[in-house]
Structure formats: C-alpha cells, structure tokens
Design a protein around this ligand. Structure first.
Ligand code: BJW
Ligand code: ZN
Length: 249
C-alpha cells in the first residue's frame, strides 16, 4: 500500500548508486514479523521492568527468571520470518556501492533476509556466553543443562546480548561511528532513538553533513533534528523507497 507515503524530491535525488548509505534499525522493523518492541503500548517494557531483566545485576539476582524470559523470546523469534522491510534493505545493499546496516536488534532477521555484514550493536539472542570464562556458545548442546545452563568452568551461561550498563562490542560501535561520520545518507528505521550510544549515530551523521531520514510509526526523540520523517510501517515505506532506487540508476 503506497498510497499516502510522501517522499521529498530531495530524498529521491539522493538515492543514487554512488551515495554512501547507512541504515540503523531498531525493534520496529521486526514488529511486522511478530517480534514485540520494547517501548510503546504493546512493548515488552509494559509487562516487564528493564532493570529486572536486562541488566547483569538482574541476571545475578534471579538467573532463572532472566533465562526463562530469553527462552520465551527465542521461541517467538524461532517461529517468525523476515518481512518486506527486511527484504527491501537487501535491495538497498545491492543498489548502493557503499552500504552499511547497523542494527540494535538481536533477532538475526536481517541476516536471515540475506543481508551481508550486519553490524549487531546489542549482540544476538541466538548466541550465548559464559559469565566466568567468556566462552561463546552457538549451541547449548556442549553446556551442562540447567536454568540457566552452566559452562564446563562452572560459570553460568547468559545470552550474548548487551544489557544496560554494559559496553557494546568495541569493533561494532567503532565501525558504526566511523561510517556514520562519513555517509551521505542516513536512515533511522523503527527505533525510538532513546538508547545510547546507538541513538547518537543519526545525530553524528547529521552533524557530519549527511541527510538524515527516519522511518517510524510516530515521531521520535530525534524527529526535530532529522531532515525528513516518513511516518508509517517500515514494511511499507522501505519497499516503496526501493522503487526510487531503480529509477535513480
Ligand atoms: C515501527 C513499527 C513499524 C513499531 N514500522 N516503526 C547517554 C545518555 C543517557 C543514558 C546513557 C547514555 N549513554 C549510555 C547510557 C545508558 C544506557 C541508555 O541509553 N539508557 C537510556 C535508556 C537512558 N545505555 C547503555 O547502558 C548501553 N551501554 C553503554 O552505554 O555502555 C557504556 C557505559 C557503561 C556503563 C555506564 C555508562 C556507559 C547499553 C544499552 C543496551 C541496550 N540493551 C537492550 C536490550 C538488548 C537485549 C535484549 O533484547 O533483551 O537493547 S534495551 C532495548 O532497547 C534493546 C534495543 O536494542 C534498545 C533500543 O530499542 P529500540 O530498538 O529503539 O526499540 P523501541 O521499542 O524503543 O522502539 C521501537 C520503535 O519502533 C518505536 O519508535 C515505534 O514507534 C516503532 N515502530 N512498529 C516502523 N511497523
Ligand atoms: Zn566458562
């Protein structure tokens, strides 16, 4: 349904093959696949308090509860598929000479849609690691069963995601800052833009001279800063933008 989507001539004119493009995604891009977002009326934080679940202290205080919460979310993610918004970004990647996809999402759906070199700022819910020796686990088969499972070293196994108060993966955040500083066009898609340092990226792009567009159901914390806000579902707006990529060649 493209009726009602308005894209400025300025944005259309920037969609040329030689533009350096960065896309930052958040939970909203996966909402149409059936992954709950964090904030908002239907968000996970309406039912659960972040400080009780998404911090290391919360995990240590109640490892069973936190582990079960992640198992519940993994079950949802296991059953769902990428949506037209994810697929449109594969067309973006194939169109632009320089394209970088940075995601705050832990669901792996960009990769599943066929995107290459996805930069995951907040880790990946499908993976795990030991809190004691740091060993990474792609599968739980090698661990000692339990809720949560245990590593051979005796340490508890946790999801390989970034909780509040934790550092982001150094290579990922360094790369994200670098490409945001030197892009021509930056899209912020399906994120409330309240969690830092990810929320700083569109602001850095803007300050460095890029054109910044956001795609969201509603205005966000950064709407007053960006050049253009496209209001609506990313699963409709991104495929609509793909039409202009084809024309711009
Ligand atoms: C649609 C749609 C559709 C719906 N189409 N749109 C500077 C200032 C203030 C605070 C800080 C700061 N720097 C650091 C902090 C502290 C903290 C922070 O940012 N706090 C703020 C909340 C105030 N940040 C951190 O702690 C980070 N670490 C860090 O900075 O380390 C350095 C440090 C360490 C110690 C001390 C100080 C510094 C780590 C942040 C980790 C975030 N982790 C989580 C959980 C991941 C694991 C898990 O999944 O369980 O990441 S929290 C959660 O929020 C998750 C998300 O990736 C993240 C962002 O959420 P997102 O993606 O924006 O989702 P929503 O739900 O908020 O928004 C969805 C949007 O989609 C909405 O706008 C909808 O309208 C829209 N939408 N359907 C288009 N169909
Ligand atoms: Zn270990």
């Amino acid at each position: 349904m493209s009726r009602g989507i308005e894209v400025s001539d300025r944005l259309k004119s920037l969609l040329t093959k030689d533009a350096r493009v960065v896309v930052l995604t958040g939970a909203g891009i996966s909402a149409e696949s059936g992954v709950p977002t964090f904030r908002g009326e239907e968000g996970l934080w309406k039912k659960f308090r972040p400080e009780e679940l998404a911090t290391f202290d919360a995990f240590m205080a109640n490892p069973e509860l936190v582990w079960e919460w992640y198992q519940y979310r993994r079950k949802i993610i296991h059953e769902i598929k990428p949506n037209p918004g994810h697929v449109a970004l594969v067309d973006f990647q194939n169109h632009f000479d320089e394209f970088h996809l940075i995601t705050q999402n832990v669901d792996g759906l960009h990769h599943q849609a066929g995107l290459r070199n996805v930069v995951e700022l907040h880790g990946n819910i499908r993976k795990n690691k030991c809190i004691q020796c740091g060993k990474k686990y792609e599968s739980l088969e090698e661990t000692i069963q339990g809720t949560p499972p245990e590593c051979r070293c005796g340490g508890k196994i946790r999801p390989d995601v970034v909780w509040f108060g934790e550092m982001l993966p150094q290579d990922a955040i360094r790369h994200a800052f670098e490409v945001s500083e030197r892009c021509d066009l930056f899209f912020s898609v399906g994120t409330s833009a309240v969690v830092h340092p990810a929320a700083s990226l569109p602001l850095i792009a803007k300050r460095s001279g890029a054109f910044v567009a956001e795609v969201n159901l509603e205005p966000t914390e950064i709407s007053h800063v960006v050049d253009e806000t496209l209001l609506g579902k990313s699963g409709e707006i991104l495929p609509y933008l793909v039409k202009f990529l084809k024309c711009a060649d």
